[in-house]
Design a protein around this ligand. Sequence first.
Ligand SMILES: [Zn+2]
Ligand SMILES: [Zn+2]
Ligand SMILES: [Zn+2]
Length: 270
Amino acid sequence: MEIVFLGTSAAEGWPGVFCTCKYCQRAKELGGKNIRTRSSAVIWEKILVDLTPDTYLNSLRHNIDLSKLRYLFITHSHQDHFYPPELHMRVEPFAYLPEDATLDIFGNSKVTKIIEERVNCEKAKIRLHTIHPFDRIEYEEFTVTALPADHAPEEECLLYVIEIDNKTIFYGHDSGWYPEKTWEKLKEFYLDVAIFDCTFGNSEQRQGHMGIPAIIEAKELLEKYGSIDNRSICIATHFSHNGGLLYDELVERLRPYGFIVAYDGLVLNV
Ligand SMILES: [Zn+2]
Ligand SMILES: [Zn+2]
Ligand SMILES: [Zn+2]
């Protein structure tokens, strides 16, 4: 089963859309894995987590056929995770879809309300599902458990545990330090892949987002709970220029702790 990281940046992208800071300048000079766009991932060809302003271009870059998508899980309504105008492009004459091309979209009440207001879901062949923390979505081929994040208090920001093909993936951003109830639930899973919010580099930040010290501690705690072990793949992503560490510096800092540093176009086969 394949996971493709389409984008790996925080809200502003890296280099930031309008930013002139030295870290954005360095990213431009170095190029390659230092160029990051808004975070989303395709899992098992049919599941997209977050639809961003960059998802379409990334799908072309990384050879992803978005017409094969059947399920879209939105973590929260921030613009770097949720770009609802794109969904209107499923309506004719913008798209000609096969009869059975339904897209099931899952998100919190803020997300589904915005889609309802802006998109003709019937014409776009969209089925909307408002979900809440601890809801469990069960299909024949996979199961998804929604968990609360500590990210934006004005909405229920969600993290997802996706069980598919006998593998379990934790999609853990955007998030600060996980709420107690999230830790409790995570204890119930063995995670083959754990994806962490590493927005703020070496900062001690734990509220809203995490930095390197927090994700190291989170990984240690998950190890203690038996949720991950040395076979688990731990990924750091959602990097901001405010973290200040370029790709090679992140690798040097995080490799000793057993993290893979995500980059746009990273493909994992698990
Ligand atoms: Zn974000
Ligand atoms: Zn910058
Ligand atoms: Zn956010």
